[in-house]
Ligand binder design. Structure first.
Ligand code: FAE
Length: 536
């Protein structure tokens, strides 16, 4: 019905003209027809890699993004908010912030802010909105997975080629760097991480230092007072105003320099259909309150879906249902997972005296995790090789501007039993089927970790946070739904359809064992190399 409504109006149009959509609930809604050779939906990691590799090879690209281009009109909707005093630009179309904790801010109006949360039974999925996608809101941790686990997840890929070519390429293009050891050891802003590492060692765990896309050169200058502060001024999940190399500053900037990339923000794709030689893509153009102000039908030769795990899977399932696309592989919507995400914490108050006397680093520390904390994580607890309790725990900051005596962790686990995404045509919404069997092991592993930390260092679980201290609902790393080698071929070409591609987090089946964007970028590089070479 919706499709007929849209097409009936659009079919009387010639390219580029406006008309009134008399069938729409909004009487004055305009519909436009446009054309593109290559259309990319979504401007996160997958979309950014596709844009650079296509434009570099001389192909014109139009990219659609449902969120704002935060840099347009001289950054009119910036600065981004910090964690403590968020404004409406922090949050995607909600009058209250939706962070994993500390949601005290209310706004008079909804705004197309930078951080979105999509709530389902048992899981709340976070995503970045705007040109740059998740790279705008994430912590920048650029972690390479364990080789053995990568092999297990992608048995058909040439692992050596990934290690020698695609991971280094992704690291170079994303401008990954490491925190200098000297700086890490002396700055008060990383006391929380040093304490975290030291306590983990006391508990018998191994820790690793983790590369990041936040410029540590910039951060040192922040601390010296030479440049405006960002990572050292509580900015991260609501966007960084400085310092972080989000993909709008790397891949997309390079693609734009070719002169062949056009990015259209505030363009929310609803579904697509196939004609004999092309795809017709249906788009709602929205304003900053989320209202649809115009509609478009964009006809393209090649269509690249890069809306992230949930966005891409929703577009495929919605198009299957509304446009009778019957050739998709049965795996579509399956192999979804939260990368084993669970947040947990440890309350350190009763460790105060321990720490003063003989605490970590031979008593160099005053108690607690510090009043000054960088928002950019650089260390993790690597327990991946423990067969019974395999996990990787990011040592996360909790920059409240005062000593909170709380250690915070984002724990990443395997996902032995993946979930599934379904689509309901009557509501035009997806659902995630995610039950205890999918995530109970993440709670068990997090308990094992926190209990060992408490035994060695004192403290208690952070009972006031989440469900008795274990936030198994919080998902920063949605993965899967249109998986490589199943819903697509081994290079991201959607099975059953020509000229239709997926090159984002939807390709990764449920988990990758570490924070995922470096892997998503490397996979996109690998897919695009083949697609540019063979399909043009
Ligand atoms: P993504 O970056 O989500 O990009 C998809 C884009 O498509 C978005 O801009 C959407 O607005 C847009 N879009 C979706 N649907 C539509 C539509 N229908 N029409 C038009 N546009 C659409 O996808 N990962 C790490 O590796 N390290 C970290 O430190 C880290 N920290 C994180 C912290 C937070 C708070 C969050 C939320 C995530 C974090 N992640 C981290 C995860 C990482 O950002 C995520 O895996 C990638 O961004 C996924 O990349 P994709 O290209 O798949």
């Amino acid at each position: 019905m919706e499709r007929r409504k849209f097409i009936k109006t659009a079919s009387v149009l010639s390219a580029g003209l406006f008309v009134t959509n008399a069938f729409s609930k909004n009487f004055e809604l305009k519909i436009m027809e446009e054309k593109a050779d290559n259309l990319i939906i979504g401007s996160g990691y997958g979309g950014a890699v596709a844009a650079l590799r296509l434009t570099e090879a001389g192909h014109k690209v139009v990219m659609l993004e449902m969120g704002l281009d935060w840099e347009k009109d001289n950054g009119k909707h910036k600065p981004f908010s910090n964690l403590i005093t968020p404004k409406s630009n922090s949050t995607w179309l909600n009058k209250k912030t939706q962070a994993p904790m500390m949601n005290i801010a209310n706004f008079s109006k909804k705004f197309t802010g930078v951080l979105d949360r999509m709530d389902f039974k048992n899981v709340k999925v976070y995503a970045g909105r705007g040109v740059g996608g998740g790279s705008l809101v994430n912590g920048g941790m650029a972690v390479q997975p364990q080789k053995e686990y990568f092999k297990e997840i992608f048995p058909d890929l040439d692992v050596e080629q990934f290690w020698s070519k695609f991971f280094p390429l992704a690291q170079k293009e994303l401008e990954v760097n490491n925190i200098p050891d000297e700086y890490y050891k002396k700055t008060p802003y990383y006391k929380f991480a040093r304490v975290g590492e030291s306590e983990a060692h006391q508990a018998g765990f191994k820790t690793v230092r983790v590369p990041n896309v936040y410029s540590f050169d910039y951060m040192e200058r922040e601390e010296a007072g030479e440049v405006p502060k960002s990572g050292l001024a509580k900015e991260v999940i609501y966007g960084n105003n400085h310092g972080k190399k989000s993909v709008d500053k790397t891949y997309l900037q390079k693609a734009q320099q070719t002169g062949l990339l056009t990015i259209k923000d505030m363009h929310k794709v609803t579904y697509f259909e196939q004609t004999d030689t092309s795809y017709k893509v249906y788009v709602d153009v929205i304003d900053t309150s989320g209202e649809t102000v115009a509609q478009k039908v964009i006809t393209c030769k090649k269509l690249f879906l890069n809306g992230g795990s949930l966005g891409t899977t929703q577009l495929l399932l919605a198009s299957q249902a509304k446009s009778q696309l019957d050739n998709f592989d049965d795996s579509l919507g399956n192999y979804w997972g939260n990368n084993g995400n669970i947040m947990t914490g440890r309350n350190m108050v009763n460790t105060l005296f321990n720490r003063v006397e003989k605490g970590p680093d031979e008593g160099n520390f005053a108690p607690g995790t510090g009043t000054k904390q960088s928002t950019i994580p650089v260390a993790g607890v690597d327990n991946w090789n423990d067969k019974d309790n395999a996990f990787f725990a990011e040592i996360s900051p909790l920059p409240m501007g005062m000593e909170v005596y709380t250690a915070l962790y984002l724990v990443i686990n395997k996902v032995p039993t993946p979930g599934r995404i379904s689509y309901d045509k009557s509501t035009d919404k997806i659902d995630i089927h995610w039950e205890k069997e999918n995530y109970q092991h993440t709670i068990d592993n997090a308990k094992h970790f926190v209990n060992k930390m408490i035994k060695a260092n004192g403290g208690t679980p952070s009972g006031l946070l989440w469900d008795k201290g274990f936030g198994a609902e919080i998902c920063y790393h949605p993965l899967g739904g249109a998986v490589l080698g199943k819903t697509t071929d081994l290079f991201g070409r959607v099975k059953g359809y020509d000229n239709l591609y997926v090159t984002d987090g939807a390709l990764v089946p449920a988990s990758i064992g570490v924070n995922p964007f470096l892997t998503i970028t490397a996979l996109a590089e690998y897919c695009m190399e083949e697609i540019v070479r063979k399909d043009y």
